[in-house]
Design a protein around this ligand. Sequence first.
Ligand code: PLP
Length: 442
Amino acid sequence: MSKSHLFYQSDTSRPVLAEARGIYMWDVDGRRYIDGSSGAMVSNIGHSNPNVLEAMRRQMEKSTFGYRLHFETEPGEHLAAKVASLTPEGMEKVFFVSGGSEAVESAIKLARQYAVTVGQRSRWKVISRAPSYHGSTLGALALTGYDPLTRPFEPMMQAMPKVPAPRAYLDGLDIDDPATGAHYAAMLEAKILEEGPESVLAFIHEPVGGASTGALVPPAGYMQAVREICDRHGVLLIHDEVMSGGGRTGLFLGADHWGVAPDIIAISKGFGAGYAPLGAMIAHDRLVDPVLKGGGFMHGHTYAGNPLACAAGLAVLEEIEAGAMMDNAARVGQRLKSRLGDLMQRYSFIGDVRGKGLLLAFEFVSDRRTMAPLPKALNAYHHFVEMAYAEGLIVYSRRTRNGLEGDHILVCPPMITTDEQVEEILEMLTRALDRFEAKVSP
Ligand code: PLP
């Protein structure tokens, strides 16, 4: 192919994608890859699902766009009703968007407009965690606890308070001990008190962590304690389920594992599952009703809720249900996690394996006892991804620990992955880990 005029985040050049089916992808030279990260934890039901494609084709023949101020659409109405049936009671209001950052922006703007409407104008600070990732637009980036991404833009953003993410494995604490959950939740309460509760609008966090923490699972009691603290101080609770929502963890929402309901939810990624740019902000009636009655929600995006994206999203949810894909994610995820645990026994530089369902990660360390990271100069996360890619396995990685040091690898294949395919993924992973071992311990 002639010179490419495209650019994205780095100057690494990648092969051109020819086609994708199920968990497999092929480039234009016929080379096959396993999509071991579902793209960026997006393609939850696998590629080219014929029923989703057919639903989109049918919708395309009717209409592909109807502006929200002029028309509601049937796919939009049906999808919103379906989403409301899958979210905690009372969270009945669905605001469609086209991606995760838009969902997070919508969530914080609804929270703020609600506060203004009910006479709490002093509340504007949104506390978040570090590390965390909430999106690339300036509002969502201000909530993101990941220095390399935020630093250049600091003068352009309102700095927001941060609390540490509950990384019990790094702090040598027992994730199953409720005292651990209480310990991290207490840091949130201390931060609210330090900032002044009357100035704090909301707390946002990822119930099961995404790329920034590497599938971090909160310690026992944390989710419930956070809810109680927010209630005690009149702080709204926002769950960023952009990555953990949509079924990948084995339940529709990550927070469903703890039975905790927030005030606002942001979802995207697996919600459109790669078939259409789709996301949603789902809010409690209690917040939306006063805002709508008080002059309307002053926020929106032109493509939001377009019928083609909604038809795709509805078909995705129907496929998940018909194929019992959440159950499969839970079952196959358990198998994959336990096999990653076996790899941890074999390779001393794997320090932790974590996650829920098919949102799984392992972390590289130089010393498992101290959990010290591999030397930064090794650029381990980058090299490992390239080694796996050379084997035909796509995995996702990030430098963790607030972007300064440490590396983790996310292994998150689609929810349709079979037991045999888990073995295929493990064989490729093992070959890549063998090559990596030669690099870290020559
Ligand atoms: N929130 C979380 C937890 C994410 O993982 C992401 C993307 O990785 C976003 C928000 C932003 O989503 P998008 O890239 O679709 O804007």
